[in-house]
Ligand binder design. Structure first.
Ligand code: MSP
Length: 561
């Protein structure tokens, strides 16, 4: 324990030195870039996930947030837009410090180990990020110190005293209205964490009346989902105390960035963490300042951290004259047995286990199609297994199996455009029905509603399966009719695979390879009865998944160490 404390003190000294050196470098950068803004004029979208605490290993709630961000990013890319997607780990603060000390490991090593777990999980789940940021990264430290100085120079950060009940779990003082009295006469959070009353010297950020107005109109105008959260936020803005404590005494929390020129205080972990969204853009050296466009920020967060993103963050940004986020998507929580997952209750689902058992495609599409985008949702292993077996295997992959057997497909490697008779045979409304459904999917994508979009994609797949069954294609002798059915089924597979890319990137890509499809953007998700289909049946091997037996594959609910 002593050794760890010593390491922490040493680390702090290093931070302070590092800060002093970098303040100079950052100010040089700022001078240079204010005179020559070299960023391209194109507005890009910046999709961010929250950065994850490394006090424990990831659970499915974390995985869900990351998958949702990844799907949103993929949607924008498929829509032909410029997108940057960042994720990462939040490594400073009291709860990480506490766990590192308990584990008897140097905090940085503790963070390295747990941060790597998030990285490897994301690789397994096909999370295709552009930057994995860690708050212990050098460029991030420079950004935080620079940001702090800007806010301080502008008079927004002042010395003060802060009193209240502090939750280590939430890394936040808890508002009086959210305190729950316990039997011993003390207070707990809603989730039962016992709270301690603290009165200490802190630096204070004041959400003054000018900032309050800016935040209020931003909450009213910005795209904040779900809609019903808006009133709660406005209520919080008006009823809360207007100052935010933005530092902690180093004697209590030493694992963090020290306040510039005051080693007795450590920068509040939430201020440190929120600045990651600027670091990934190259702040301070590579960013437009003073209200100019930096791109459209799209933050995806769980509803538990809405306050930090919809009140604190816009206040900090406005204090530095930076543009406010364009969209904040607040999703619901995955529950187990109707309770929030937590290690102490022992109801945590291990994301590695489910990825190993069912594969990333089924897990991703299960989460996205069932996900708690606006409400909480119970996680049921059997729902995931049903999704894997009935939707991914039976409805989607089996559609290819049904038309690609030797008896049906024979040696065909090409299919010609349909003639008028074949179109009559399939039904003249085939094209418009599929295209209407595809349009609906894309509309839902625009709203990031992956749940509703998926139900429509299922309808497209159903039409494909139904067409084969209704025409009893296995009994047909007429070559022209067989080819018409093969053609339309391959079209359904092409259109649905383009639409399924945000859900099942690997399988959808394999399915498109079977037809040598190059144009995979969403605008191509339209039926084309006049194209020539060229098949590459060797690629078929990549689009097979075995079904699983529910009773044999229940992964244990265990905690990873
Ligand atoms: N470190 C902060 C975020 C800082 S962002 C500047 C944090 N980290 S966290 O690890 O506790 O949570 C990360 C994300 O996981 C949050 O969006 C949170 O809502 C989400 N989830 C945690 N548990 C969850 C579920 N059970 N279900 C769905 N998502 C939940 O907060």
């Amino acid at each position: 324990m002593q050794a760890i404390k010593k390491q922490l003190t040493l680390q702090l000294k290093r931070n302070q030195l590092f800060y002093q050196q970098n303040r100079y470098i950052a100010s040089q950068h700022r001078q240079f870039h204010n005179s020559s803004l070299n960023q391209s004029d194109e507005i890009r979208k910046i999709v961010t996930s929250p950065i994850f605490y490394v006090n424990a290993t990831p659970h499915i709630g974390h995985l869900y947030t990351a998958i949702l961000c990844d799907a949103i990013t993929r949607y924008h890319k498929l829509n032909g837009e410029q997108v940057l997607f960042s994720t990462g780990t939040d490594e400073h603060g009291q709860k990480v410090q506490k766990k590192a000390i308990e584990a008897g490991i140097d905090p940085k090593k503790f963070c390295d180990k747990n941060s790597d777990q998030f990285k490897s999980l994301f690789t397994l789940a096909q999370i295709d990020y552009d930057r994995f940021i860690r708050t212990t990264d050098t460029d991030h430290k420079v950004a935080v110190w620079d940001f702090w100085n800007r806010l301080k120079d502008r008079g927004y950060i002042v010395e003060g005293v802060h009193e209240g009940y502090y939750s280590v779990n939430d890394e936040s003082f808890i508002s009086e209205k959210d305190l729950k009295a316990d039997q011993s006469g003390g207070f707990t959070t809603e989730t039962g964490e016992k709270l301690e009353f603290i009165s200490e010297k802190n630096y204070i950020f004041d959400i003054d009346s000018r900032l309050k107005k800016v935040i209020e109109s931003w909450i009213k105008d910005a795209i904040i989902k779900p809609d019903h959260i808006r009133n709660k936020l406005l209520d919080e803005l008006h009823t809360r105390k207007s100052d935010i404590s933005v530092s902690r005494p180093t004697s209590r929390i030493s694992w963090g960035l020290k306040v510039p020129n005051d080693g007795s205080q450590t920068i509040y972990v939430w201020l440190d963490a929120l600045v990651n969204y600027l670091t990934v853009l190259g702040y301070p050296q590579n960013m437009r300042q003073n209200g100019k466009e930096i791109g459209e920020m799209i933050h995806v967060v769980g509803k538990d951290i809405a306050k930090f993103h919809c009140i604190y963050w816009p206040a900090f940004l406005a204090a530095d004259d930076l543009p406010l986020p364009k969209k904040i998507i607040n999703h619901g929580h995955w529950l187990k047995n109707n309770m929030k997952m937590s290690k102490s209750i022992g109801n945590v689902i291990d994301p590695y286990e489910i990825l190993k058992s069912y594969g990333s495609n089924s897990v991703r599409s299960y989460f996205l199609s069932q996900g708690p985008q606006s409400k909480d949702r119970n996680f049921e292993m059997n729902d995931l297994i049903d999704h894997h077996n009935q939707i991914i295997c039976d409805q989607y992959l089996n559609l290819l199996q049904r038309i690609s057997g030797k008896k049906i497909l024979k040696n065909r490697t090409q299919l010609q455009p349909l003639n008028d008779e074949q179109i009559q045979y399939i039904g003249v409304s085939f094209e418009s029905s599929i295209n209407e459904l595809s349009d609906q999917v894309i509309k839902h994508f625009e709203e990031y509603d992956f749940v509703s979009a998926f139900t429509i994609i299922e309808q497209i797949l159903y039409l494909g399966n139904h067409l084969l069954a209704e025409n009893q294609f296995w009994n047909i002798k007429e070559n022209e009719q067989i080819e018409a059915l093969l053609f339309t089924t391959f079209e359904i597979l092409r259109v649905s695979s383009i639409l399924l890319q945000p859900y099942i990137p690997q399988l959808a890509s394999g399915m498109l390879d079977v037809q040598n499809i190059q144009d995979r953007a969403l605008i191509n998700a339209k039926v084309n009865l006049k194209r020539e289909i060229n098949l590459n049946m060797l690629a078929k091997e990549k689009v097979y998944l075995a079904k699983v037996e529910p009773q044999q594959t229940q992964p244990q609910q265990k905690n990873r160490k």
